[in-house]
Design a protein around this ligand. Structure first.
Ligand SMILES: Cc1ncc(COP(=O)(O)O)c(C=O)c1O
Length: 423
């Protein structure tokens, strides 16, 4: 270990606190955290000069690769003007342009207003607060029920966490959060009293944190129809699925669904900076007009110009590099590679999102205390692949710019790790 790595790790172990992390394990001298120092395309380098494929797109954010020249240039250009200005009381050019571009993905009479915030959790918080305040201002103050799906994940701030259905993360805080009804599926939702429901929230097509759980085809369309039929707002959390991950720009487009609120973050800036957007319809927006109806919500860095410049560059690359048009071939190759490599295991694939649930030769799950998913991901480092498991499901979510050769590299590296672990 070189002296820089040693110093950074020593400072980290002494002063840093990592998300979702058992700090005792992290600080154990037997565990060697990687210090990531550089990125180019799908590759990352650690402080010891080792190269890795970014197999989970840096926690599901990166879209076009690291250090993309168009993104880098857009940020440099914006920096020459200004890094940050207040959005409270002022407009800024990049935010105006970005809001118009985002609305341009949807028919003009649908999602036409954008509220900016900072990350996936706050995009969800905004949608929920808007959905509740809407009812208070439209003569239905008691219609404040919120419905989410079992095992859903919508973020970690208190409001977003209340909508989370993963007990390990949220049970401790449940009693402090908002009341939320959880349903298994659409059938269970239909059994509830819709007159008490303000909004339903769902991760469309695929629940990421729920070990890449795929919804049945047509479910989203049916959910939209049920919401329409019962005057319930539909909130789509596309924080993970947005910006091409599922094969279309937004997952909702695959079932021709337009939500009442659309939450975007992660890939919005191509994976460069924290920025989020909550889109909604004019009919909802208008209810917030007038002094007594103001939406009292905001953050210091709302609509940060650097973040908005990155998001505009992200969209420009989608067009210039025909990213969506290139996806079908990549998705087919990725699926073929995975099916060939992991016959023994359970695969769940949605576009460029893959969950490989590790199973033994008899198709049985491994005992949880063996931490097979974590062991495989740790072993994968040796073969030049970085990714993370969710329990025993290894997630592969490569940047959309990955070539077929690079996808082959990632799958082969994971296969070597699986074999090394004796699976
Ligand atoms: C579907 C979904 N919603 C919300 C979030 C929270 O986003 P953030 O971590 O940016 O707050 C995530 C994060 O993984 C997510 O997958």
């Amino acid at each position: 270990m070189n002296e820089h790595t040693a110093q950074w790790l020593s400072q980290d172990r002494r002063h840093c606190w990592h998300p979702f992390t058992d700090q005792r394990e992290w600080c154990d001298p037997a565990f060697e955290p990687l210090v990531l120092v550089r990125g180019r395309g799908v590759w990352l380098w650690d402080s010891e000069g080792r190269r890795y494929f970014d197999g989970n797109s840096s926690i599901w954010t990166n879209i076009h690769g690291h250090a993309h020249p168009v993104l880098n240039a857009a940020l440099r250009e914006q920096l020459e003007d200004v890094a940050h200005t207040s959005y409270l009381g002022f407009a800024n050019p990049r935010a105006s342009e970005l809001a118009a571009s985002l609305c341009g993905f949807f028919p003009s009479d649908s999602l036409s207003r954008v509220f900016f915030s900072d990350d996936g959790s706050t995009a969800v918080e905004c949608a929920v607060k808007m959905a509740l305040q809407y009812r208070m201002q439209t003569g239905e103050p008691k219609r404040v029920g919120l419905v989410a799906f079992d095992n859903a994940y919508h973020g970690d701030t208190m409001g977003a966490a209340s909508l989370g259905g993963v007990s390990l993360f949220f049970d401790r805080f449940r009693k402090f959060g908002m009341p939320v009804t959880f349903v298994r599926d659409l059938e269970e939702l239909k059994s509830l009293n819709s007159a008490e429901i303000a909004a339903v929230i769902i991760e469309p097509l695929v629940q990421g944190v729920n070990q890449i759980h795929l919804w049945p085809e047509g479910m989203l369309r049916d959910l939209r129809a049920w919401c329409d039929g019962h005057g319930v707002h539909l909130i789509l959390d596309e924080v993970m699925t947005g910006f091409g991950r599922t094969g279309s720009m937004f997952a909702c487009q695959q079932e021709q669904v337009i939500p009442d609120f659309l939450c975007l973050a992660k890939g919005l800036t191509g994976g460069y900076l924290p920025l989020a957007a909550t889109l909604t319809k004019n009919a909802i927006y208008r209810v917030f007009e007038g002094k007594e109806h103001v939406f009292y919500y905001g953050h210091s860095y709302t609509a940060n110009p650097l973040g908005c410049a990155a998001a505009l560059a992200n969209l420009e690359i989608f067009t210039e590099e025909k990213v969506i048009e290139m996806l079908p071939g990549k998705i087919e190759a990725f699926s073929d590679l995975l099916r060939q490599a992991f016959r023994q295991h359970r695969l769940r694939i949605c576009g460029m999102i893959a969950g490989i649930e590790l199973r033994d030769a008899n198709g049985e799950a491994y005992p949880a205390d063996q931490q097979m998913g974590a062991r495989v991901c740790y072993a994968a480092r040796k073969y030049g692949l970085l990714t993370r498991p969710i329990r025993d499901t290894v997630v592969l979510m490569p940047p959309l710019c990955s070539t077929v050769d690079e996808l082959g590299y990632a799958v082969a590296a994971l296969q070597s790790a699986v074999e090394e672990c004796g699976l």
